[in-house]
Design a protein around this ligand. Sequence first.
Ligand code: MN
Ligand code: MN
Ligand code: ZN
Length: 291
Amino acid sequence: MFLGAHVSTSGGVDKAPANGINISCEAIQIFTRNQRQWMAKPLSRDEIERYQNEFAKSQIKIAVSHDSYLINLGSPDKDKLIQSREAFWGEIERCDQLGIPYLIFHPGSHLGSGEKAGLKTIAASLNDALSKKRGYKTRLLLETTAGQGTNLGYTFEQLAEILDYIKEKDRVGICVDSCHLFAAGYDIRTRKQYQAIMKQLDEVIGLRKVKAFHLNDSKTELGSRVDRHEHIGQGQLGLEAFRLIVNDERFLGLPMVLETPGDEEDYRRNLQILKKLRRAAQVKAKKAKSH
Ligand code: MN
Ligand code: MN
Ligand code: ZN
């Protein structure tokens, strides 16, 4: 797996690769625009080229993008929905220009219209985006959510239902967020529980749909439906869950990025912990083989 973190793009997207290298990322996640404003100006030729040069020389294996938190592809409000959909097209456009293979996003919130209606609206938003951006290579990854408020996507079944409505299935996948999974009630704290949850994920959605991970510990308890990220090993999830994920051979080669609180120093520390968990398991496996 390629371990990394969400990194800053302040000063331009081209600053991201160096920010990633600075904390020894193998993978990075970025916003391709100021994510707190609706208006996003298009990337210039220059900015795109600079980013691609920086990325190429950085030796970072993979970059993914997260969309703006303002976007709600499940909104029951017609104007808001249109605004969200248009902003989402821009997200895809910029990823495609930068050569970013995955755009990660929260499915959406139903805001009182009900789960069924919300899921349908989200799926319609995605079908619409896929047809607007026909032939684009960037894949859209639905993130598993904590299910806070009226957020959808906190059960595997809900995500499967959205996927079911999608016409071009190969262009949509899943990003598993460890904190969200746990807050939504999926216990992955022991090997046995982890394997059972992954089996469930495989049966309901299919593990081959999983294209990325967000690695965050959780401040809140199992099933709290409250989304609060914590440093790796310092939350309710604990180290074992992360040991299991970063060493799961079924997820070999996938980007796994931190979205933990704090500054670069915190990221660096959390990343070292993940790398240590990965290394320890590799050493153990080697020993077992040579015996
Ligand atoms: Mn997210
Ligand atoms: Mn996340
Ligand atoms: Zn979260």
